[in-house]
Design a protein around this ligand. Structure first.
Ligand SMILES: [Zn+2]
Ligand SMILES: [Zn+2]
Length: 136
């Protein structure tokens, strides 16, 4: 998948805004427990792009480290979970799709961490489903 995106997004209260411009490397749903807890939702739709193709244009997020290799960035005022950022900047950056001003721009193409999927939550699609990450 290499659709280009040139768009803006931000948190619920508007204190933190960002711009993305570049090729989308992948776009999917994550069902892991960490995303569930951080977002308060059964699943998080996200898309990945190069860290250099993402920039905050207003405000600054707080960060929370749920794993030793990455930080999760969120608005300290309203709590919107915005970005998953690996410490290794050669890795892609994850942006939570529903925080785009137009979430239709990056439709999910797969599901990951389905081992943690909540039993009452299922989406009506034929997209590939992976128990863990896409590799396995
Ligand atoms: Zn906010
Ligand atoms: Zn997750």
């Amino acid at each position: 998948m290499s659709n280009m995106i040139d768009a803006e997004g931000g948190c619920l209260c508007g204190a933190v805004r960002y711009r993305v411009c570049g090729p989308i490397e992948e776009s999917g749903y994550c069902h892991c427990r960490t995303c569930q807890r951080q977002s308060g939702a059964p699943s998080v739709a996200w898309f990945a792009l190069k860290p250099s193709d993402f920039a905050y244009i207003k405000g600054k997020p707080n960060t929370y480290r749920a794993s030793d290799h990455a930080a999760r960035e969120f608005c300290a005022n309203c709590g919107s979970y915005l970005v998953f950022r690996e410490d290794d900047e050669t890795q892609t950056l994850g942006v939570n799709t529903a925080t785009l001003d137009d979430p239709l721009l990056s439709p999910p193409a797969f599901h990951i961490f389905c081992e943690d999927r909540i039993g009452w939550f299922e989406t009506a699609d034929d997209l590939p489903r992976y128990d863990h990450g896409r590799a396995g």
